[in-house]
Structures are given as C-alpha cells and as structure tokens.
Design a protein around this ligand. Structure first.
Ligand code: ME8
Length: 515
C-alpha cells in the first residue's frame, strides 16, 4: 500500500450558507484523513470553496454586493466550519486566489497547445442553477410551460462564442481506462451509470463563457472566462502546487488522490476531469466515491421549504462528535438517506449514551469507588478475557481498515460497537460487584480487561469523535492522540484515574426540544 493518501471534498459554491449536505461530505473525508494519519500514512486533506460562475455572480447581485466581497463573506462561513466541525484539513482553497488562477491558466494553455481546445459558437439550453447545458432530450416541460433540466432547474436558450474541449476524442480512452481500473468509481452501480453515459457518445464540451465575466479569464482572450467546472476541478491540483509538477506535494500526493463527491456531481469528476487530465498528460486520480443524498423528513432540503439543516443546529442539539457519528453511522455512504431528529436522538442515545457511555461510566465509577481510583492489577486472563482483549486490541482495527477501504463507514462503526456490546455483556456476566464479595483478584482482572477495552475503544473512535476520544483517554489518565500501533501498549496498573464524568449525555427527544 502506498504510504501517501490525498483526499478531497468538492469545493462548495458560495451562493449559499453551508448545510447538512456539505458537512456530510467533509466529515466523511475528515474521518478518512484522521484514520489514515493514525494508521501511519502521510495524509493531505483538502476542502474549499468554488467562487466563480454565473450562479455566484447572481447571488452576489441579489445580495447587492460586488462578487469578490460577496464571495469573501460567504466563503468565510465555510471556513468557519472547519474548527466548528473539527475538520483536520491541511489546506482550504478558494478559486479566487492568485495561485488558482495561475494553475487554471497554465492548464488551459497546455490544453490549447495539445490541440484539445478550439474556438466555435454554441447554442443550447442552459441551466444557470446547474451551470450546465442540457440536450433537448434531457428536458421536461413543467405545468407552467417552463422547460426544466432533470435536476428541476429552469433552462434558457443561449447562443455564445465559446471555446470547446474535444471531449469526443476521449470516449475510447476513457472506456479503456475504466476497464483497466475497475475501482475507479465507487459504488459500482454509479460506475455503471458513468460507463453507459460515456458509451452513449460524448459531445465536445463548451468550456468558456462570454455572457458574464465572473471567472478566470481565458489567456489571450479575456472577453472569455473559463467554464466554472474546468476552473473548479483544477483546484485539486492547484492545492498541491501545480503547475510546479516537481513540487513535493504534487509528486507525492497527486497520483494518490481520492475525490469524495455527492452523486450529483459524479459526471464532472468521472468523465470530464479524467479527460482534461488525459489531454494534459497528467496522472489521473486513484478513485472517485459518489455518496448518496440526504432528504429531510422525506423532502428535498430547500430554503423555500424552510427545512435546511444548519450545522450550528446540529452542534447545538447533539454536540459536534455525536453529529459526526450519526451522519456516517445511520446511512450506508453510497445510499440516499432521510434525516430526522427523532432518528438522530435514538441513534445517539442508543449507541453513545447507553452503549459506549454506559460502559465507561459503569466501569470507571466502580473503580473510582472500590479500587482507590487506581487501574487494577490483573491476574490470570481467562479465554473470555483474552477474547475481548484480542477483539479490542487487534482484530477490530483490521476490520475497520477493511471497511473504511470500501467507504463503508456504517460497517466500520458497527465493528467498533461490537467491542462495546461485548464489553457491556462481559461486565453483566462477570458482575464485578458480586466478585467484590467473593474474589477480589478476579474482580481486578475483570476491571482491568474492561479498562483495556475502553482504552482501545477511545483509540479506535479518534477519527470519528476526536473530542470524545480525548475525554475517554483523560478518564484513564492517558494523554490525547494515540496512533493505532499504540493499541498494543497496555495500561499500567496502579495509575490513579480522575473522578469519572459522563462523556456521552442522553439527548432529550425532539418533542421536548420543540416546546
Ligand atoms: O457542486 N445530501 O458545489 P455545491 C448530500 N461547486 N450531500 C449534499 C447535499 C445533500 N442534500 N447537498 C449538498 C458544487 N451536498 C461544485 C463542486 S467540485 C470541483 C465543484 C454536498 O455547493 C455533496 O458533496 O453544490 C455535493 O456533491 C456537494 O455538496 C455540492 O456542493
């Protein structure tokens, strides 16, 4: 396995405030970034904002601001989320930065040099909301007679002089590449959609606009700005120092890139982006994962419905770590999910308060009260003790690694929670409170095994719930931040632990909140 790991989120449009959907993708990437760092890999994790294009320009006009001041303000909302949601990103890129404009123009010139871009005129149905042209056959007519794209966005007829990218030249090369790289797009069902789109024939892609100026100017032809997607996709290499291909970041990380995106923007990442890179003779990313879509209590998230879930609301209700856990535990990452507060409360109370929280509280309070607050000295381990210790110290990490390698967050968390369940069952069956009266030596062994399980659980949950993990480690008088190879370093008996504090509070049911 290569030791470098580069993971990216989409860069988010700054036409609106961040919501659950944006947080979902970035938290998923953050969990992977943290996991791989703790697993001993060199990680580079990138997120940022997409600040050009007609959609952003129109949002700025609506706000009666010039586009740059508007994007400065809205981009800040996304940047402020990084500490709030505890993202461990190495960089935050904005497409209005000088380094990015330089990278886009360099790539553009290269594509012109290679004969992949030419000038022509373009007419077609354009959806501002999607920043995309659609074919007549893709449109439907709404009850009010307005034509709409498959996404529901209204389209208008546009004619403009435009540069084109020779996408049609890349059909065979793309199909060959897909065949040679059967895990390039995940999940597989989405990869099949991509392949059939490419097989159905690729038309050249209009890659410049003259009808507005909020974009990267085309070198030597500044009345054209670059199509926002050619601009946006380039962010992934700008951040690694492109066009300086000898830069260490670029050399080490670019060929290892994994792009995590929502299913809405898979085509741009799995078809257009690889074609641009092929045309420029640049290496392609390793993989693209397209996750599913959140609806809110059965409905699309939208401002007009007033059902947009703001990250600040999630944090206020559940706390950052529980919110991070819930989003990735509840729904398989490639599938669509429906968000409801009731589900969130049930999941958090069940897995965190009753499951992990209860395990810590029962074990550590018992030790605090009955063992002079000291980690007990174990005696001989039974088969059952060894079973739990082995699951916590070694077997679970291997399973988690395997599941996360397939982006199966929910299954990875299930593996960790099988340790929680086993340990909770163990405390019940071993009943240290009864052993206290009959066999102090055995009681100490049981409590030690439980402390070891808690220690390993704290280490394993670090990528998902970094703050809760720190609190758990502190309750065992351990410092924060353990890499996974420290799973094998057992607790020292005799160490004094602080008075236990509840780490995973129960959440009231939503009805109580509303009142
Ligand atoms: O498309 N459920 O930006 P964007 C799940 N700038 N994920 C959601 C979601 C939902 N309901 N809503 C949004 C763009 N997302 C371009 C990307 S990349 C080079 C350029 C997430 O602000 C999901 O990751 O519209 C989706 O792909 C992304 O936000 C779209 O963000």
């Amino acid at each position: 396995m290569n030791n470098n790991f580069y993971i990216t989120t989409p860069i988010y449009y700054v036409n609106d405030k961040p919501h659950l959907g944006h947080v979902y993708t970035t938290v998923a990437c953050d969990v992977l970034a943290r996991f791989h760092r703790l697993d001993g890999r060199d990680v580079y994790f990138l997120t940022g904002t997409d600040e050009h294009g007609l959609k952003v320009k129109q949002a700025a006009e609506k706000a009666e601001m010039d586009p740059q001041s508007f994007t400065d303000k809205v981009s800040q909302n996304f940047r402020d989320l990084c500490p709030l949601m505890n993202y461990s990103n190495n960089d935050f890129i904005r497409t209005t930065e000088g380094r990015h404009i330089k990278a886009c123009q360099h790539l553009w010139n290269l594509l012109v040099e290679k004969g992949a871009i030419y000038l022509d005129t373009y007419s077609g149905w354009y959806a501002v909301r999607d920043e995309a042209y659609y074919g007549e056959d893709e449109l439907t007519t709404r009850a009010d007679g307005v034509k709409v794209a498959p996404s529901g966005a209204e389209v208008t007829w546009m004619t403009e002089e435009s540069y084109f990218f020779k996408l049609s030249d890349f059909q065979d090369r793309l199909l060959k590449f897909y065949e040679d790289n059967p895990r390039f797009v995940m999940p597989e069902s989405r990869f099949n959609e991509v392949k059939s789109f490419v097989k159905s024939g690729l038309k050249d892609l209009s890659v410049s606009r003259t009808t507005f100026d909020w974009g990267v100017p085309v070198p030597g032809h500044p009345q054209h700005v670059m199509y926002v997607w050619i601009d946006a996709l380039t962010n992934y290499i700008t951040a690694l120092g492109y066009p300086d291909e000898q830069n260490d970041l670029f050399k080490n990380f670019w060929p290892q890139a994994i792009h995590v995106v929502g299913k809405d923007i898979l085509r741009f990442h799995a078809v257009y982006w690889p074609a641009f890179l092929m045309a420029a003779d640049l290496p392609l990313p390793q993989q693209i994962f397209a996750h599913g879509w959140w609806t809110i209590e059965g409905q699309k998230m939208s401002k007009s419905l007033g059902n947009v879930i703001a990250p600040s609301d999630l944090i206020a209700r559940y706390g950052v770590d529980a919110a991070r856990y819930f989003m990735l535990r509840e729904v398989p990452f490639g599938s669509d999910g429906d968000f409801s507060h009731l589900q969130a409360v049930n999941r958090i109370n069940n897995d965190l308060a009753n499951g992990l929280g209860n395990l810590c509280q029962r074990t550590l309070s018992f030790i605090y009260k009955n063992c002079e607050a000291k980690i007990p000295q174990p005696q001989v381990f039974t088969k059952e003790d060894e079973g739990l210790l082995n699951l916590a110290r070694t077997a679970t990490l291997e399973k988690v690694r395997e599941e996360l390698g397939q982006f199966r967050f929910h299954r990875a968390f299930e593996q960790i929670w099988s340790v929680v369940d086993l340990a909770n069952g163990y405390i019940d069956s071993q009943a240290p409170w009864a052993l206290k009266k009959t066999d102090l030596g055995r009681m100490n062994t049981v409590l030690y095994v439980l402390c070891e399980s808690i220690r390993c659980l704290a280490i394993l949950i670090q990528p998902i719930m970094p703050e809760k993990a720190k609190s758990m480690l502190a309750q065992l008088s351990l410092p924060e931040n353990f890499s996974f190879d420290q799973l094998a370093t057992p607790l020292q008996p005799g160490v004094v632990i602080p008075q236990p504090q509840g780490i995973f509070p129960r959440i009231e049911t939503p009805e109580h909140h509303v009142g």
